[in-house]
Design a protein around this ligand. Sequence first.
Ligand SMILES: C[S@@+](CC[C@H](N)C(=O)[O-])C[C@H]1O[C@@H](n2cnc3c(N)ncnc32)[C@H](O)[C@@H]1O
Length: 238
Amino acid sequence: MAVTFRLSDTPDEPIETRGATPEENVSYWKQLHESNAYFDTHNWYQDRLRFFGLDQISRILDPKQDDTLLEIGCGYGRLLWHLAPLVKNAIGLDLAQAPLTEAESLLESRGSVELHLGDGVTLNPIKDESITAAYAFTVFQHMARSVALANAREVARVLAPSGRFLLQLHVGDGSEDVMATPGEQSVGYTAAQAAGLIEDAGLRVERVERELLLKDYPAGNVAWWWVLATKHEASSSG
Ligand SMILES: C[S@@+](CC[C@H](N)C(=O)[O-])C[C@H]1O[C@@H](n2cnc3c(N)ncnc32)[C@H](O)[C@@H]1O
């Protein structure tokens, strides 16, 4: 099912390339970066090093000095700028080259950082069981459910035993593939769906937190799940 997507700052220009297939998801994001300069036009990223999301990632994922840390959908490297100096190795993956080019220069002196261009569905450049901590922030919420599951299964493949994965998702009633949120549209998850996504990927849910985004959405109509998962010894990438 193709869906119509609008950015708040381009209200008269619906973008209809995002949909349920991996190809549509990928081409949607490429279009946002290449034609719409997503990060240059989006309010949230005008402060290029904005702390947004960092407190939850630091508290719940708790990156450590000996971690190899992966960010899926790293964009131009805003979060890795803060986190890379705290860990042994940091890896950023995104499906578009434009933000990765910006990340290369932003992260130049921020410790050991690798950047990879992904295909949006697999984490192919990343080796099996090579990651001890991974996270995705404001990324899976924009994926069709099938794409989110494919990516979560890849997380299970690349995580080392006992590795941690922190996933942020949009809270929703789960009845629709796309829910309206101010500015952008996202896929909404119930708590059970969020946990189900992790379990279907072969990971174990350790903790689920709900955050109401009152600062950015004072009407109280937007909330996120923060799901912490681990790869236990018996987990399979399967
Ligand atoms: C809303 S931005 C968030 C960027 C970054 N996480 C941050 O908080 O600054 C979403 C990013 O995820 C990337 N992305 C979307 N779907 C992806 C996928 N399937 N695989 C890898 N990256 C993806 C987009 O290209 C974009 O750079």
